[in-house]
Design a protein around this ligand. Structure first.
Ligand code: B12
Ligand code: SF4
Length: 481
């Protein structure tokens, strides 16, 4: 095969079929990681393309036709735990098109379980952590016929064994990165999660910082960005927002940072800039509850932010300590109150089924969710994510064998698969039952329904609420295959 077209074809695998309902509720947002890698590769003189199969949902034949047409030197896949199987399937199809195409895996799964993926014949390289510089240097090396051993931050194969080239330092100055290559994405086709969508304007995702210094035992976050947090400057973030508004008509943003409010001074500065230079846009963000203050809530609302998501996890102090969350219920109360008093909606995310969970601690969570009474809640069932403290513990105790895990089970919210583990004192069946009860107890209260009805201002909001209701009903009726 003659390769003339693309140096690097970047592929976002589709979600497993067990996650069809999840797709409806989470929407499909821009694959920012791939966007950054493509933009950086181009800045280094390489050609790049993105195939978002989550959006395109191509069948095998159509997928292979697209790969054949792109004739890439390398195919790079973004792989998280739940897309492990679908990514491998697509990688095998790439090799069927041309065994000479070099397959590179990057993202959370290869970063945390590189040796497992390197056992696969369809995978040539597993990139660990932040991918921009490693991917570009690898493709440049392959183009030049140089050995991959000269490129830090990856695993490659030598005599059948996986060899690590050594840790790549984190990118210190995030402002030095080009903005994601939005021009390579089907921008008109992305949608935000139903519960985060507040307008009918075109919407975009954005990430303004990388890394988190906390160590919650269920979280796999530090598998990629390690514990060190780096922040983009407020001006750099505003410039990206302006580009999205100007070139793609974006009117609503979702800020995906782990805790956007971690550095209050930077958040205030961005709010000031948005108010002055981008009035009229709507956005939402996530934060740890202990980072929220009344002053920040007021600034966010004045700058068009309408909703803040908090990872609350549990209403039980005992569980919060056992998962190393580092926040206390009174901090959550204060954060939700600050939102309410400043006209911001709050969204609280809970997890049930962590190792010390009991019927009583779930009841505490239920009472706490009702007491907080935020605008939205979500109750997830715990799954030990590769890269998290709990995953390592489970593997150490032989409660999980990475060679035998059903990776599709990691999408446990509204999936047709049962929970992956019964970690605490509750069975998988009981956890599923409790999850349904919690959703029902919160959302089907007459006072809650009345509150939502009172807030209806437009047909768009009416349809959004209807979609939410449809998802809740589907969840209640969900049966495992
Ligand atoms: C946005 C997001 C989503 C979006 C997906 C958007 C999308 N199209 O990418 C939605 C809402 C759909 C989602 C869903 C889920 N998510 Co999510 N999500 C995130 C979030 C908040 C931001 C991702 C992001 O854009 N980061 C910024 C970019 C720059 O970083 P990045 O994507 O990691 O990419 C860098 C590197 O990973 C690497 N890289 C990535 N791809 C590639 C490819 C190549 C070839 C190379 C070389 C390198 C490379 O280089 C990139 C640039 O440095 C992260 C948390 C976080 N802060 O990252 C969680 C996170 C990725 N999600 C997580 C989870 C658990 C889920 C769900 C399973 C939740 C659930 N229970 O259902 C589902 C699974 C969805 C699925 N597709 O399978 C976990 C991942 C755990 C894991 N081990 O896989 C994370 C880390 C959250 C956490 N703290 O635990 N998610
Ligand atoms: S759950 Fe949030 S605060 Fe805790 S380690 Fe993960 S990203 Fe950080």
């Amino acid at each position: 095969m003659t390769r003339t077209a693309t140096d690097l074809l970047l592929i976002s695998p589709h979600q497993p079929r067990s996650a069809e309902i999840l797709r409806e509720s989470t929407g499909i947002t821009q694959p920012l990681g791939l966007g950054y890698i493509a933009a950086y590769a181009r800045a280094r003189g390489l050609s790049a393309a993105i195939l978002d199969n989550d959006i395109e949902d191509l069948d095998d034949e159509a997928f292979m036709r697209r790969v054949r047409a792109a004739a890439p030197l390398c195919a790079g896949f973004s792989v998280c735990t739940s897309s492990h199987n679908t990514a491998l399937h697509l990688a095998r199809l790439v090799k069927k098109v041309d065994p000479g195409i070099q397959v590179i895996f990057g993202g959370v799964q290869p970063s945390t379980l590189p040796r497992l993926l390197m056992k696969e014949t369809a995978v040539d390289f597993a990139v660990q952590g932040e991918g921009e510089v490693t991917a570009a240097e690898l493709v440049l090396a392959l183009k030049a016929g140089a050995a991959p051993s000269s490129v830090a931050g990856l695993f490659y194969k030598k005599d059948g064994a996986a060899v690590f080239t050594g840790e790549r330092p984190l990118i210190e100055d995030l402002d030095s990165l080009p903005f994601p290559a939005y021009d390579l994405m089907p921008m008109g086709r992305y949608t935000l999660p139903a519960s985060r969508r507040m307008t009918s304007a075109p919407a975009a995702s954005i990430v303004t910082s990388r890394g988190c210094p906390y160590g919650c035992y269920f979280c796999s976050h530090n598998g990629i960005f390690r514990g060190k947090v780096r922040f983009r400057s407020a001006r750099n973030v505003l410039d990206e927002m302006k580009l999205l508004v100007r070139d793609y008509g974006v009117g609503e943003f979702l800020v995906w940072d782990d805790s956007f409010l971690m550095r209050g001074d930077r958040a205030l500065e961005l709010c000031r800039l948005i108010k002055e230079e981008l009035p009229g846009i709507t956005w939402s963000c996530s934060s740890r509850a202990d980072h929220m203050t009344p002053a920040l809530a007021a600034a966010l609302r004045a700058a068009g932010c309408r909703l803040v998501l908090f990872g609350v996890e549990s209403g039980s102090e005992k569980i919060l300590a056992s998962i190393n969350k580092g926040t206390r219920p009174e901090q959550v109360r204060a954060a939700v109150k600050a939102c309410r008093e400043n006209g911001l909606m709050s969204f609280c995310s809970f997890v049930i089924g962590t190792p010390d969970e009991t019927e009583e601690t779930v009841r505490e969570t239920r009472r706490f969710a009702m007491e907080l009474n935020p605008d939205f809640v979500i109750f997830c069932i715990f799954a030990p994510l590769p890269g998290s403290h709990f995953f390592s513990e489970f593997v150490k105790d032989s409660r999980l064998d990475p060679d035998r895990i059903d990776w599709d089970s990691y999408i446990n919210l509204m999936s047709s698969r049962p929970p992956l583990v019964a970690a605490g004192n509750l069975s998988k069946e009981r956890l599923t039952q409790l999850q349904k009860e919690l959703f029902r107890a919160f959302y089907f209260r007459p006072s809650y329904v009345w509150r939502r009805l009172k807030l209806l201002r437009s047909p768009q909001q009416f349809y959004q609420n209807l979609r939410g209701l449809k998802t809740l009903i589907k969840l209640q009726l969900q049966k495992f295959k």
